[in-house]
Design a protein around this ligand. Structure first.
Ligand code: UDX
Length: 442
């Protein structure tokens, strides 16, 4: 029975995972090579914003079931199974940069060499199909001098949504275990049985390559679903009386389709979808396949930005010289993450039109400053952001923006006009001002 768990990489995946394991009968040692991050975590502060994480971190530190380190020696010596949760960023050509995975596996191998007991390595980072069987196993064999069987190896994808990471760790839809051999798979299954107790989620045990493919296919499918509804949204925009929200509701009532991930708008962003969809396209090329569907999914996503600019331009009778308030900068609500945020992409596009842009976000203003610098004005309150502007664009659907009504817009804006890019508002509530929404026929 495994009691001691190591986690490599204390980012959006690794830190919530560490805290969750530490809160349920495991002793956890988490490693990161960023020393500043380690110091922060030791003080009980989370380097990222994730609902409930700060409290849970404080609790597991107090109970001494979690500790943070930068030493691989400590990590391997003080754990029985280790989860690799390091980043897998994109190379300029869209392929996956496996540098951090390679580094982590090499370092683990160095200490595995000196270990005289079984040790399980679990890769959680998203990696292209066959990477576990080829690259990861090869490094482990060569660097540790041991053979599979003396150590265990699995690929175990995560399906965490940012902002809901803890919720998804405690209640996942499914667990996918890609094990190199029976013993590795059984041990990982045991860890999850201990973690979930009576509420063990549905589980699929397979080989690593299938598990790696399941991870990519899931994200590509979800991005496809969003791009599909955005294609319908483009149709609706050109049809009087059509409304993509109603169409989504109608098609979503079919159990085979389902209503989730049919919210039309600016498109998909974030740290996973853009990277994984591009990597999948590239992966297809390496196999000699031209994945045209995936290519279109990306094209539709890009086209939504142009659609939003077109609607904004129509709404205010030309963008030239206008002051625009952008509400929401994070790639979705509930996170401070702005990676591949559609809102920032929209701002970059709007800046080409001689406009002045004021921005607001409840969590990510500071992060955006390092991206957009002095090109936009940063506002701490919604009111400040709306003051004197000609157009308000709702780009990320934070719950607090729901409180905005036409009286507020009339009070603060120079010429009140609202473009709802995430379908947060009921159009009927904005009858007295200029209003447009993505996917709503004119
Ligand atoms: C996603 C997957 O959901 C998760 O399983 C995987 O582990 C990581 O990638 P995340 O990036 O946190 O999670 O965001 P998600 O909530 O899936 O949204 C992704 C993007 O799609 C966001 O930009 C969101 O605004 C957009 N989206 C989502 C839509 O535009 N419409 C929808 O209906 C759903």
């Amino acid at each position: 029975m495994v009691n001691k768990i190591g986690v490599v990489g204390l980012g959006y995946v690794g830190l919530p995972l560490s805290c969750a394991f530490a809160s349920r009968s495991f002793k956890v040692i988490g490693l990161d090579t960023d020393l500043e991050k380690i110091e922060l975590i030791k003080r009980g502060e989370t380097p990222i914003y994730e609902e409930g994480l700060q409290d849970l971190l404080k609790r597991v530190l107090k109970e001494k079931t979690f500790k943070a380190t930068s030493s691989y020696r400590e990590l391997v010596e003080e754990s029985e199974a280790c989860f690799i949760c390091v980043g897998t960023p994109s190379n300029p050509d869209g392929s996956v940069d496996l540098r951090y995975v390679r580094e982590a596996v090499e370092m683990i191998s160095e200490y595995l060499k000196r270990l005289d007991r079984y040790f399980l390595i679990v890769v959680r980072s998203t990696i292209p199909p066959s990477t576990t069987c080829n690259l990861v196993r090869k490094i482990l064999d060569e660097r540790s001098g041991k053979k599979l069987g003396e150590y265990g190896l699995c690929f175990n994808p995560e399906f965490l949504r940012e902002g809901k990471a803890l919720q998804d760790i405690f209640n996942p839809d499914r667990i996918i275990i890609g094990s190199m051999d029976e013993r590795s798979g059984e041990l990982l299954l045991e860890i999850y049985k201990k973690f979930h107790g009576d509420s063990m989620p549905p589980t699929l045990v397979t080989n690593p390559t299938n598990a790696e493919l399941i991870k990519y296919a899931s994200n590509v499918f979800l991005a496809t679903k969003v791009s599909f509804i955005n294609m319908i949204s483009q149709i609706c925009q050109r049809l009087p009386d059509a409304d993509v929200r109603i169409v989504a509701e109608g098609i979503g009532m079919d159990k085979r389709i389902g209503r989730e991930f049919l919210n039309a708008g600016l498109g998909w962003g974030g740290s996973c979808f853009p990277k994984d969809v591009k990597a999948f396209l590239r992966f297809g090329q390496e196999l000699g396949l031209h994945l045209k569907l995936v290519e279109s999914v990306i094209e539709i996503n890009e086209a939504q930005i142009a659609e939003a600019v077109r609607l904004a331009d129509n709404l205010v009778g030309g963008l030239n010289g206008k002051i625009i308030s952008i509400l929401g900068l994070a790639f979705k609500p509930g996170t401070d993450d702005v990676r591949e945020s559609r809102s920032i992409q929209l701002i970059k596009e709007l800046l080409k039109y001689n406009v002045r842009i004021k921005v607001h976000d409840p969590k990510s203003l500071e992060k955006v400053m390092s991206i957009l610098g002095d090109k936009v004005t940063y506002c701490k309150t919604i009111e400040e952001c709306l003051t004197d502007s000609d157009l308000c664009i709702l780009a990320t659907e934070w719950a607090e923006y729901k409180e905005i009504n036409q009286e507020i817009l009339k009070k603060y804006m120079r010429k009140p006009a609202l473009l709802d890019c995430r379908r947060l508002y009921e159009p009927a509530q904005f009858k007295e001002i200029k209003f447009a929404a993505m996917g709503l026929g004119y």
